[in-house]
Design a protein around this ligand. Structure first.
Ligand SMILES: Nc1ncnc2c1ncn2[C@@H]1O[C@H](COP(=O)(O)OP(=O)(O)OP(=O)(O)O)[C@@H](O)[C@H]1O
Ligand SMILES: [Mg+2]
Length: 470
């Protein structure tokens, strides 16, 4: 986790945000190298197939001994192709899994460390969606899309070169068709990226809604709002499908246009080649070889068109993930944190504290608040709902920094110490307690992970929770 992704440069092209993936990929150099090696071998095997076929057509059908040799060669090439393809698939898929898991881990650790203000602004459902849906998108991108893109790119270049080797005249014809095919792909790409981001955003909206209502399922049921919530979720899904429909539609047209143009060019070239064979300017085997290269190259251009669009989609997802990764916590430890006495004697002081939540700039939750709690003293804050009692505790834990005034413990300003060290020395029972999906013991231990079983029981007994836990 040492490499942090480079700062985002929004002005980079649409695919620019995919660059931020590189530090994650670089960590798995071995897999990357193995994948590229397998890719090179499988591409070479694919590109050597048509020459084997020409041998077969031109010589195989005439001589007795040669036919065995030609077919044996063809089979050997096929076996090499099979093994290299399997290896390529294995290495790149594994690479995708590892990169996405690293990315997820880093994003999660980053999110969990961001300050309370950030989490007030961002709904957890949406963050979970980034963590799952967007990462999922990237998994498919690394595991298949980039793989297909690179493979198709290599194949296009390779087959194009071989077309020229086979028949320069026919290849020149084909060369006119390819740029024609690339044009609509490039034109469609820009629209597609926008549509893709919109579509992912709508999915996040639906996820947020579901996370909220599932989190408060009792409230929903208490008001008998199941049908109402079902309708709301359905409506959110409908919007996401409508948004997706635009993206899918564009993608479909781009793919269709590319295929028509590429294969249209191939048919034209073939027609001219057929005349060459009839007039004796070319052997049937050479035309066969040419056709195969053209088919392989054309197919790869089609595949490129398809994955180009996928790449756009992934760039949208990675863009959102890097935005989150760039998010800096508003509350941080100072460069040289002062040490806190362990244990604290427990003196708490609020001096003329002014604080308003970022969402309500004009409405301070605490305004000139003073408080002095001596060590060992027990203090209860009493006041109407919204008076700011919980806010006082948030300030003490340094979830937020005051706009004016200071909070100190044992005479040390909380802004001069590491928040983690400070919070370790404070035990908080929140107004809305959270139970983690773990055993009762794990939940009790959450405050001190290394607590012994005896301490655990003592805590349970002290909370009078001993009876119902057992
Ligand atoms: N996370 C938040 N984001 C924005 N405003 C908040 C947030 N938490 C509290 N507030 C606002 O700050 C003010 C003080 O809220 P606080 O939660 O501290 O009150 P409280 O005294 O604990 O109330 P209660 O008795 O209901 O728990 C209220 O106006 C509330 O709306
Ligand atoms: Mg409260």
């Amino acid at each position: 986790m040492n490499d942090s992704p480079p700062a985002p440069r929004r002005s980079l092209g649409q695919l620019g945000s995919l660059r931020t993936l590189w530090p994650f990929v670089r960590r798995h150099r071995g897999l990357l190298a193995a994948w590229l090696a397998a890719l090179a071998i499988s591409s070479a095997a694919t590109l050597s197939l048509p020459t084997a076929v020409r041998q077969m057509i031109d010589h195989g059908f005439s001589g007795g001994g040669q036919i065995n040799q030609a077919f044996a060669l063809l089979f050997v090439v096929a076996v090499v192709l099979a093994i290299a393809t399997a290896a390529r698939f294995f290495f790149v898929s594994l690479l995708g899994e590892k990169v996405v898991s690293d990315l997820r881990r880093q994003l999660y650790v980053h999110l969990i460390g961001l300050d309370a203000g950030f989490h007030d602004r961002n709904r957890s459902g949406e963050l979970v969606s980034r963590l799952s849906a967007d990462s999922e998108l990237l998994r498919s991108v690394i595991g298949s899309t980039i793989s297909v893109a690179l493979r198709s790119g290599v194949t296009v270049i390779g087959s194009l070169s071989m077309l020229f080797v086979t028949s320069p005249r026919l290849a020149a014809f084909a060369l006119i068709g390819i740029p024609l095919a690339v044009l609509p792909i490039v034109l469609g790409a820009r629209r597609l990226q926008k549509a893709s981001r919109a579509s992912q955003d709508r999915i996040a909206d639906a996820n947020t809604l579901a996370a909220e209502t599932l989190g408060a399922v009792r409230t929903v049921q208490a008001h008998a709002r199941e049908t109402y919530e079902g309708g709301r979720f359905g409506a959110a899904l409908d919007v996401s499908v409508r948004t997706a429909r635009r993206r899918i539609g564009t993608q479909a047209w781009v793919t269709a246009a590319a295929i028509v143009l590429v294969f249209g060019a191939i048919v034209l070239v073939l027609w001219s080649g057929a005349h060459d064979v009839i007039d004796g300017r070319m052997t049937p085997g050479t035309l066969g070889q040419f056709v195969l290269y053209a088919l392989i190259g054309g197919g790869s251009v089609g595949a490129l068109a398809e994955v180009w669009n996928e790449l756009q989609r992934a760039a949208g997802g990675m863009g959102r993930i890097s935005e989150l990764l760039q998010e800096q916590p508003g509350v941080t430890a100072p460069a040289q944190p002062l040490p806190l006495p362990v244990p604290l004697s427990g003196e708490i002081r609020f001096d003329n504290v002014v604080f308003h939540y970022p969402q309500h700039p004009g409405l301070p939750a605490l305004d000139g608040f003073d408080l002095h709690v001596r060590p060992g003293e027990t203090v209860a804050l009493v006041g109407p709902s919204g008076a700011g009692k919980s806010t006082v505790l948030s300030m003490l834990l340094r979830f937020h920094d005051p706009q004016a005034g200071a909070v100190s413990v044992d005479g040390i300003d909380v802004r001069t110490v590491d928040p983690a060290r400070l919070r370790e020395q404070i035990a908080l029972v929140p107004q809305q307690p959270a139970l983690f999906a773990a055993s009762a013991a794990d939940n009790i231990r959450y405050g001190r992970l290394q607590a012994s079983d005896a301490e655990l029981e003592a805590a349970a007994r002290a909370a009078e929770a001993d009876d119902f836990i057992r």
